[in-house]
Design a protein around this ligand. Structure first.
Ligand SMILES: O=C(O)C1=C[C@@H](OP(=O)(O)O)[C@@H](O)[C@H](O)C1
Ligand SMILES: C=C(OP(=O)(O)O)C(=O)O
Length: 452
């Protein structure tokens, strides 16, 4: 793979107490959707706090290629959208790099257009299953002109003259699949219905309503959500302040919990209840996390988090909590490596189809660095070593470099781990960190972390 030639390893070492105040970049999910919905709506959308990570920039480039005007003016992104239903056929393939969210949501957004669009991505994205989005799109009349076996990228779609509205029950807990169908519904006459048995992050629903879509949600007596969207309505540009990403906040947060003496504050973190599973779990483990100054900003709950070093205890994390902390399991496994007793995480089947097979990538990295853990088909049990004694790479032994498999969260999680292990932890490549958290190295070293 050509990527290997450019690999840039990084090493984290046992660090002194972390201190200071940090601002994590804007939420990735809201940033992708801000570019998409702003690019589609009529009139002007202004965005502050946008995550300028590679994944989101790919979404911006795709929207530009389909007719949106996007530019940065000072600290603000200003977009002039095409109007709903008026995206243009792009001249070349849309390259989504490493981004599952960008590619899957855009397949929904443009799949129902009577035009041809081709989706490509890097080696990680090209290995991820896209059938979960193509299946409902096919039901709406979309033709998959080309796909690699197993419904993988590169993928070429051509929409019908008139898409058919469907009722679609999402078969796995996935906000990306839910969102792709709702976005396909935007360009479809009539009402498209998504049935969501297990609630996932609700940014698409909240933001589409904010842009003026006729969208409503009913939750039945079994807690199943029924989401209705009326197609071909008008969307109007909005002003958006993107709150800090709780998934990115997880890295300095866990670092402060495991490095003795630490006391840090992370400001302006999104507290949407569909995203706070990690916080809840770490608090159950005995983590001292104070939620300060809770407030509402632009329709979302946000707060500042004061985090102090804590003696953690293992807990059982219920499978139902997985959707609210799906991207946080790698860093939770790191916290669990320093906790007294066993932490059992269940309901992890979706981790197998992220940027890497995160379940095996985490288990392998932990084992290499001396952590006792058991990988199940959809579970992970970690038996921690309080104080990190005996953990970390073996300088005179075999190569203990953690393989990150083009996965930003694996890279950041193991760098956090190395801040509190007896011996350093090395990862094979830090390049992918820029997909979601370009400021990671500077932010962490600014708090006192020893990473190079
Ligand atoms: O909708 C979104 O913005 C996201 C949904 C989740 O993916 P799935 O829908 O595949 O669970 C998550 O892992 C991803 O980082 C962002
Ligand atoms: C799973 C992730 O992102 P995506 O699916 O957008 O690549 C993530 O950021 O952890």
């Amino acid at each position: 793979m050509s990527h290997a030639a450019a690999a840039k390893p990084a090493t984290a070492r046992k660090s002194p107490a972390l201190s200071g105040t940090a601002h994590v970049p804007g939420d990735k999910s809201i940033s992708h959707r801000s570019f998409m919905f702003g690019g589609l709506a009529s009139g002007e959308t202004r965005i502050t706090g946008l995550l300028e990570g590679e994944d989101v920039m790919r979404t911006g480039a795709a929207m530009k290629a389909m007719g949106a005007h996007i530019e940065k003016r000072g600290a603000e992104w200003v977009i002039r959208g095409t109007g709903n239903g008026a995206l243009l056929q792009p001249e070349g393939p849309l390259d989504f790099g490493n981004a599952g969210t960008g590619s899957r949501l855009t397949m929904g957004l443009v799949g129902t257009y009577d035009m041809e669009t081709t989706f490509i991505g890097d080696a990680s994205l090209s290995g991820r299953p896209m059938g979960r989005v193509l299946e409902p799109l096919r039901q709406m009349g979309v033709q998959v002109l080309k796909a690699t076996p197993g419904d993988r990228m590169p993928i070429t779609l051509h929409g019908p003259k008139h898409a058919a509205p469907i009722t679609y029950r999402v078969p796995m807990a996935s906000a990306q699949v839910k969102s792709a169908v709702l976005l396909a519904g935007l360009n479809t006459p009539g009402i498209t219905t998504v049935i969501e048995p297990v609630m996932t992050r609700d940014h698409t629903e909240k933001m589409l309503k904010g842009f003026g879509a006729n969208l409503s949600v009913e939750t039945d007596e079994r807690g199943v959500r029924h989401i209705f969207i009326e197609g071909q309505g008008k969307l109007t540009g909005q002003t958006i302040a993107v709150p800090g990403d709780p998934s990115s906040a997880g890295f300095p947060l866990v670092a402060a919990l495991i490095v003795p003496g630490s006391d840090i504050t992370i400001e302006n973190v999104l507290m949407n209840p569909t995203r706070t599973g990690l916080l809840l779990t770490l608090q159950e483990m005995g983590g001292q996390i104070d939620i300060l100054n809770p407030r509402n900003a632009g329709g979302e709950d946000v707060a500042d988090l004061r985090v102090r070093y804590s003696e953690l205890k293992g807990v059982a994390v219920p499978a139902e909590r997985a959707p609210s902390m799906i991207d946080e399991y790698p860093v939770l496994a790191v916290a669990a490596s320093f906790a007294e007793g066993e932490t059992l995480m269940q309901g992890l089947e979706e981790l197998r189809v992220k940027e890497s097979d995160r379940l095996s990538a985490v288990a392998n990295g932990l084992k290499l660095n001396g952590v006792d853990c058991t990988e199940g088909e959809a579970s992970l049990a970690v038996r921690g070593k309080p104080g990190g004694r005996g953990l970390g790479g073996h300088p005179n032994g075999r190569d203990t470099t953690v393989q990150t498999h083009l996965d930003h969260r694996i890279a950041m999680s193991f760098l956090v781990m190395g801040l509190a292990t007896e011996k350093p932890v090395t990862i094979d490549d830090q390049a992918m960190i820029a997909t979601s958290f370009p400021e990671f190295m500077g932010l962490m070293t600014g708090l006192g972390a020893e990473i190079e």
